[in-house]
Design a protein around this ligand. Structure first.
Ligand code: ZN
Length: 192
């Protein structure tokens, strides 16, 4: 993935250009032909990166975590800005009515593992199992298509869904500010 990442440049306090990547800042080190080699601003760290044109080519590990303010910039640049690497519609689940986590996939993998006789089955046994799984799932989908009610969720999850829906309504109707909404949601989902 490193090869296709665009470089983000920032200005240091001294006015020199730095590369900003994943919460780390780099000073220009050496220019060799088309490559520019950058070194971590922390002189005790061996973190390095190389850029070619406007793209990152190599990145090495750091001996320290990214700085707090850098981390904030990292979040904004990667997830929030208009031209963020992961644009908001890609990760935002505000309008999602279905699952908001991949726990259902974890559950599927767990069931798949348990339906296999042992850890490394031969390919024929594996194909047999996934055929059975597909068959069972097609039946379930057909039942849903004919109006069967989906499996009921645990009461605690239903309650969370209802509260979330009420909070969203309050936000939409202007009874809560975005910050109050986020506060309530993070409390509800125990993120705080
Ligand atoms: Zn470093």
């Amino acid at each position: 993935m490193a090869g296709i990442r665009k470089v983000e440049y920032v200005m240091s306090q001294k006015g020199t250009v730095q590369v900003f990547l994943d919460g780390y800042r780099y000073d220009k080190n050496v220019v060799r032909q088309t490559c520019i080699h950058w070194k971590c601003v922390d002189s005790t760290c061996k973190g390095r990166c190389t850029t070619v044109g406007d793209f990152i080519r190599n990145v090495s590990d750091h001996t320290h975590p990214p700085e707090d303010s850098n981390f904030n910039d990292y979040l904004v640049i990667n997830w929030v800005d208009d031209d963020a690497r992961f644009p908001i519609p890609l990760w935002n689940h505000h309008q999602t009515a279905g699952p908001r986590t991949n726990n259902n996939l974890e559950g599927f993998h767990d069931r798949l593992n348990r339906s296999l006789p042992h850890r490394h089955p031969n390919i024929y046994r594996f194909v047999e199992v996934i055929k059975k799984t597909e068959c069972a799932d097609r039946t379930k989908i057909a039942q849903l298509d004919f109006g069967a009610s989906p499996p009921s969720r645990k009461r605690v999850y239903r309650e969370t869904e209802n509260r979330l829906r009420r909070l969203k309504d309050m936000l939409t109707q202007g009874q809560k500010t975005p910050i109050e909404f986020l506060d309530a949601v993070s409390h509800l989902l125990k993120l705080g």
